[in-house]
Write a protein that binds this ligand. Structure first.
Ligand SMILES: *[C@@H]1O[C@H](CO)[C@@H](O)[C@H](O)[C@H]1NC(C)=O
Ligand SMILES: *[C@@H]1O[C@H](CO)[C@@H](O)[C@H](O)[C@H]1NC(C)=O
Ligand SMILES: *[C@@H]1O[C@H](CO)[C@@H](O)[C@H](O)[C@H]1NC(C)=O
Ligand SMILES: *[C@@H]1O[C@H](CO)[C@@H](O)[C@H](O)[C@H]1NC(C)=O
Ligand SMILES: *[C@@H]1O[C@H](CO)[C@@H](O)[C@H](O)[C@H]1NC(C)=O
Ligand SMILES: *[C@@H]1O[C@H](CO)[C@@H](O)[C@H](O)[C@H]1NC(C)=O
Length: 329
């Protein structure tokens, strides 16, 4: 089903190593404030890589396999599928060219209408001075768009404290590209509708908990939830929340949430924000980090505050107000 997915894509990665904002860390018992010098941080660097990513689903040695299949065929594009990948990264477009690393992680089909993936992967380098270092990418991949932009949200080794962005397909850009303008602060308020009932559900349970856990530990749901301007579902549609959430606590109602807010309106049309955090759903207000963005939200960081407006215990439908506070360029 997922065979038509991104096959050979060039990944161009722009990285900005950011050091300055990591100096204020609070101390509490097991944590300790460190100064920048102790962390051995040197100068911030700009790096640009061009590599080729091979998603191989066919043959005897596939590097990409479906690990979750949706329980029902509600959509034709495979909404709900999750593929685990260990894809080769090469220096040239041919599979036989020099192997520089592996892309390890997963992608999920998180749109009911298009082929939009939520991708979470580590680029683990195995070559030269970058051997052993990795870059973490998490974002939205609109597979059939010529160029897709996804945030680089972190790294290890030579890529410590990295943030930046990655592109699909080649594009020439000089250093001025990083001549970032002024950092902006934005606040958005949108309403998130998680709909399980009726004939047009926007959320689908894709993995059921194995045991009868009172917190449904192990449960996973894929969402393509409308984001509207007002609390009513029929108010103006401004975007979609695509991704999934799962119960990751055995004792409380605590979800891990990974989703892209894809804006579809006005000047933000096509731009995304990536949210990854913990959601204790029965608290009046929950806070989750914004860890990246694309388009007008490049280099985004910030947080959201989520407040449930409506929740139907019987069918699981929920409306949640999201206040988004974000710094971006
Ligand atoms: C979904 O569709 C595929 C291919 O059309 C079929 O093989 C599979 O059995 C279907 N699954 C369900 C649960 O209907
Ligand atoms: C990369 O590092 C691993 C482990 O340290 C080592 O075994 C391997 O030979 C290195 N590869 C290259 C190409 O340097
Ligand atoms: C889970 O609950 C169902 C019905 O409540 C019961 O039939 C089943 O044995 C339970 N399974 C476990 C592993 O406890
Ligand atoms: C389910 O519960 C049984 C009995 O308590 C336990 O042996 C098993 O490991 C559990 N499975 C999972 C996946 O949690
Ligand atoms: C948003 O962008 C898409 C693709 O570029 C376009 O088809 C759509 O009409 C735009 N929507 C609005 C409201 O501008
Ligand atoms: C909650 O869901 C149930 C089952 O779908 C429905 O009968 C009920 O009317 C809903 N309650 C509200 C307040 O919408």
């Amino acid at each position: 089903m997922a065979r038509f997915l991104p096959i050979f894509a060039t990944q161009i990665i722009f990285l900005l190593f950011l050091l300055s904002s990591f100096t204020k860390i609070q101390v509490h018992g097991y944590a300790k404030t460190m100064n920048k010098n102790l962390m051995g941080l040197k100068k911030e660097k700009l790096t640009h890589f061009q590599i080729y990513w091979h998603d191989i689903q066919s043959g005897q040695n596939p590097t990409s396999i479906s690990v979750v299949r949706p329980p029902t065929n509600t959509s034709t594009n495979g909404f709900g599928i999750i593929n685990m990948i260990d894809n080769p990264l090469t220096a040239g477009p041919e599979m036989s060219s020099k192997m520089v690393g592996r892309a390890q992680g997963f992608y999920a089909l998180a749109s009911q209408e298009e082929v939009d993936l939520l991708m979470a992967m580590n680029f683990a380098f195995i070559e030269g001075k970058y051997n052993g270092s990795s870059i973490t990418v998490l974002g939205r991949n609109q597979v059939f768009s010529k160029i897709r932009e996804m945030p680089v949200i972190g790294g290890s080794g030579l890529f410590s404290l990295v943030f930046g962005e990655s592109y699909g397909y080649a594009k020439t850009i000089d250093k001025k590209f990083f001549g970032l303008k002024e950092e902006k602060r934005s606040h958005f308020r949108v309403y998130w509708h998680d709909i399980y009932s009726g004939s047009n559900p926007t959320a689908m349970a894709i993995v059921q908990p194995q045991n009868n856990s009172s917190t449904m530990f192990g449960f996973l749901s894929m969402i393509d939830d409308p984001l509207t301007e007002g609390p009513e579902l029929n108010s103006k549609l401004v975007g979609k929340a695509q991704g999934f959430y799962g119960s990751a606590s055995q004792e409380e109602n605590g979800l891990i949430v990974i989703m892209n807010f894809v804006f579809m309106e006005g000047k933000y049309n096509g731009s995304t924000l990536t949210i990854l955090g913990r959601n204790k759903v029965f608290l009046p207000v929950r806070e989750m980090p914004v860890i990246g963005g694309s388009g007008l939200f490049r280099f985004a960081r910030g947080y959201v505050k989520a407040r449930t407006i409506k929740f139907n215990q019987t069918n699981g439908d929920a409306t949640v107000e999201y206040n988004i506070y974000v710094l971006h360029y």
